[in-house]
Write a protein that binds this ligand. Sequence first.
Ligand code: AKG
Ligand code: FE2
Length: 391
Amino acid sequence: MSVHSPRNTVSSVLPKMLCLSAKDNSRVNDAARVPMIRTLSLKDYLCPEARPHFLREMRESLVEIGTFYIKDHGVPTQVTEGVMRTMRDYFALPLAEKKKMLIGNSRHFRGYKLMGEERTNNQVDHREQLQFGPEQSSNEDFMPSASPEYQGLKGPNQWPSTTLALMPEFKTCILEYMRQLETLSQHLMEALALSLNLEATYFRDLFGETPYYRLKCAKYPSVQNAATVGCGAHKDTGFLTVLFQDMVSGLQGEDPVTGRWMDTRPVPETFIVTMGESIEKLTGGLYHATVHRVLNNTSGQDRYSIPFFFDPTLEAEIPYCIPLVSHRGFGPSLSAMPVSDSSVDEDLESLVDRFDINDNGVHNKNWSNGKHIFETVQRCHPEVYSRWYNL
Ligand SMILES: O=C(O)CCC(=O)C(=O)O
Ligand SMILES: [Fe+2]
């Protein structure tokens, strides 16, 4: 536990923005509170007159819930429709064809995962999925015992020739979708920085130019008995998730104040943007990583969704908690940040303890992005780990 001066009572020393941070551990029974997942327009962000409004809405959404919809996002409809169609076609292939691309074949955690083979929050998920990442050549010299394990995440995706023969647009469609989502995510990272009163390039300057991302295509079959979940409750672990879903409901986010589940219902032509644990940590809980889950549906219609998990380069380290560093006068001033009325004071000590940071706002243990992502994928796909890493 870190020590700080006892004369510093919380509300006297902390700028208002620090007092916003998480109430995750205390549930407020506020029957009247009905938080709304707002819809933001990327066009507003790109327009100088509308940008302040966009940033205000973004900040309020992230302080309040950690999730918003984004519309006018610039990703062409033919690209989103194309990836949905491709995913449906892929999952409709015979099992023997899909098994040619099993995730266990790939040291880079890319490929197909059978139904019922993943657990989230100790529950078996009810979905089939397909994983991709940045298309890179494999590092032949990689040895799990000699390099950081996360270096093994870099490499090519699987593109079996027989699958490409059956689905000639498979590869181009997925790669184009990832390219578009990378551009959108870079805009969102810039906007995130501005929403914290930081320079637009703050995250790029801190973490470098080359992001690491993971694309997951998931099919949740309709079920007879909705007692099981499609995907158990969890927070995403990284920076941003930008999720595209079809019109079948099932995704829910948790209101961090009341703990009540909110439907993240499908809205045509939008993506859902959710913060992950790295942003929560970087902002000292000011921005929530939304707990979310997918309910099974009994409508007779399968649900398809495509989360894109965006992070900075694997080599990035998250050095400090931005609000605390700012408060201590080491970093950029964030004091101009307005607060929402629902804010609740939080003890500096609990912030420090919760995020394992010292009094100067610096994390006690270095938060390595690559290590953090690797731990996530290792947990989700133990079969890949035991085949390629645990030698
Ligand atoms: O499929 C969805 O709608 C959400 C999936 C999800 O939360 C995840 O895979 O992390
Ligand atoms: Fe998730």
